[in-house]
Design a protein around this ligand. Structure first.
Ligand code: ATP
Ligand code: MG
Length: 415
C-alpha cells in the first residue's frame, strides 16, 4: 500500500501556515489489511481509520457517486484499484486536492499549486455541485485565506449560484450549517464567510434574517452607513477586532435582527427592534440547534444594547433593573462579553470606527459596585426573605446614584 499526505496539511505547508492536523489517504489497501495493520476503523459512511500510534486519520482512496439529494446521498466506492488521482478528483477545491508522497514529492493533477499562487479558490470538477457542504467550505476558506488575498474564482461562484438556484442548499443538515458557521465565526474574517454566502444566494436560504437586513434604512444621524445589512457586517468586523470569542461575535452579528421586520410605516426608526430581535434569535438558534451559550449572550445583547449605549442617561433604578435583566450578579463573567458586543455595535458605523466607548467602563464600574453589596451582610443584620431582596435593590440603587452623581460632577468640571 502507498500512503500520501493530503488536504489541508499539504495546502497550509505550501502557504507557510502552521499545519493543524494531518489527513492521509491510503492507495492499494483493503479494509482487512488496514485492520490487520492495527488501524482502528472510525468512519461510519467511509472506510476511515486511525493510525495505531499517531491516531491521525487515514482514509482508503475512494470515488463517490451521487445517488440522492443531501449529504448522505452518495454511493462510495473504496477498493485497492482506486488511484490517488481518482481520489483527489472528488475533492472540493484544487488547493485541497494535492498530495505528498513519502519522498516528499508533490502530486498536483488539478493545478492546486498554481491556484495557491494566484490566490484562487477553484473547484476541481463539476462533481463539486453534488455536495452543498462545499458552498459552506468555500465561504469558510474565503474568510480564512481572505487576508492572504484569496477569493472565489468566478466560475466557482457561478457554479455555487446554480447550486443554490437548483435548491441544493435546502438539503443541508442543520448540524453542518452550524459547524461551518461556528468555525467561520472563530476564525479570521468572519464577515467574509457571510458575504460569499450572500454573493451566491445562499444567505437568503440559510440565514434569511441576515439577508433581509440589506435595504433596510436606519436614521443617518446615528448610522451614516444607513443600510442595516452594511451596519451589521461592520459590527461583525469590529467584534473580530475586539474579541476572539465566537460567542461574542455571534451576539454582534445578531444584535439588530429585529430591524429586519420593523413595520414599514415607522422606518427609518426601529422602535421595538430589540424585542423583535430576541424572537428571531430564538428561531435561528432553534433551527440550527445552536448551543445555549450563544443564544443567551445574543438574546441579552439584542435586548439591551440600546440601554448600554444610553447608560449615562439612564436613571439609577433603570440601570439597576438592567443589571438584573442581564443576570449580572449570578453570571458576572458574562458582562464582559455583552459590553464587547455593544462596543462593536457602537463602532460598527461609518466614521465611528475609532471612537472611544466610555459606556463600557461605566457599566463595569456600576457592576463592580453592585457586586460589592452582598446579601450576607444583610442576613447578618437579621433581614430575611423578601426584605433582603428589597434592601439589596435599594442599596444598589443608592450606589448607582452615587456613581452617577460623581460622573456628572466630573463631566461638569471637564466642560
Ligand atoms: P482544515 O484546515 O479546516 O482541516 P481541510 O482542507 O484539511 O481544512 P478537512 O475537513 O480536514 O479540511 O478535509 C480534508 C480534505 O478532505 C480537504 O482538504 C478536502 O480535500 C477533502 N474534503 C473535505 N470535505 C469535503 C467535501 N465536503 N467535499 C469534497 N472534499 C472534501
Ligand atoms: Mg484537515
Amino acid at each position: 500500500m502507498d500512503i500520501y499526505l493530503v488536504g489541508g496539511a499539504v495546502r497550509d505547508a505550501l502557504l507557510g501556515l502552521p499545519v493543524q492536523e494531518r489527513d492521509w489517504v491510503v492507495v492499494g489497501a483493503t479494509v482487512e489489511e488496514m485492520l490487520a495493520g492495527g488501524y482502528r476503523q472510525v468512519g461510519r459512511d467511509f472506510p476511515v481509520f486511525l493510525h495505531p500510534q499517531t491516531h491521525e486519520e487515514h482514509a482508503l482512496a475512494r470515488t463517490e457517486r451521487k445517488t440522492a439529494p443531501g449529504y448522505r446521498g452518495f454511493e462510495v466506492h473504496a477498493a485497492p484499484d482506486v488511484t490517488l488521482e481518482e481520489d483527489l478528483e472528488r475533492r472540493d477545491l484544487t488547493i485541497n486536492a494535492m498530495a505528498r508522497d513519502d519522498q516528499g514529492r508533490l502530486i498536483d493533477p488539478f493545478g492546486g499549486q498554481a491556484d495557491l499562487q494566484a490566490q484562487r479558490l477553484r473547484h476541481v470538477s463539476p462533481a463539486f455541485a453534488e455536495d452543498p457542504v462545499r458552498i459552506l467550505r468555500v465561504a469558510r476558506f474565503a474568510a480564512r485565506l481572505g487576508p492572504l488575498g484569496f477569493s472565489v474564482a468566478p466560475e466557482t461562484m457561478d457554479l455555487m449560484r446554480r447550486m443554490v438556484a437548483a435548491g441544493e442548499v435546502d438539503a443541508l443538515v442543520p448540524e453542518r450549517v452550524w459547524q461551518e458557521t461556528e468555525r467561520a465565526l472563530a476564525g479570521p474574517g468572519p464577515s467574509r464567510f457571510f458575504q460569499v454566502l450572500r454573493e451566491c444566494g445562499a444567505l437568503a436560504v440559510l440565514f434569511p434574517e441576515l439577508d433581509r437586513l440589506y435595504g433596510v434604512p436606519q436614521p443617518p444621524r446615528h448610522h451614516p452607513e444607513v443600510d442595516t445589512g452594511i451596519h451589521t457586517f461592520m459590527v461583525l468586523d469590529q467584534a473580530e477586532r475586539l474579541s476572539r470569542d465566537p460567542v461574542v461575535r455571534f451576539a454582534a452579528l445578531t444584535h439588530d435582527l429585529g430591524k429586519g421586520n420593523t413595520p414599514r410605516d415607522i422606518l427609518p426608526s426601529h422602535h421595538g427592534h430589540e424585542q423583535r430581535g430576541v424572537v428571531l434569535i430564538d428561531q435561528l438558534c432553534d433551527r440550527y440547534r445552536i448551543p445555549n451559550r450563544y443564544r443567551e449572550l445574543a438574546r441579552l445583547v439584542a435586548g439591551y444594547h440600546g440601554h448600554m449605549h444610553r447608560v449615562f442617561e439612564l436613571r439609577s433604578d433603570t440601570l439597576a433593573k438592567t443589571l438584573e435583566g442581564l443576570d449580572a450578579y449570578r453570571r458576572p463573567e458574562r458582562v464582559e462579553g455583552i459590553l464587547l458586543a455593544c462596543e462593536a455595535d457602537y463602532r460598527g458605523r461609518t466614521g465611528f470606527e475609532e471612537r472611544p466607548y466610555p459606556q463600557a467602563d461605566y457599566v463595569r464600574r456600576a457592576h463592580a459596585r453592585c457586586l460589592d453589596i452582598q446579601a450576607r451582610e444583610l442576613v447578618e443584620q437579621g433581614l430575611k426573605g423578601q426584605a433582603i431582596t428589597q434592601a439589596l435593590r435599594r442599596l444598589r440603587i443608592e450606589a448607582l446614584t452615587e456613581l452617577k452623581q460623581a460622573h456628572e460632577a466630573r463631566a461638569a468640571g471637564d466642560s
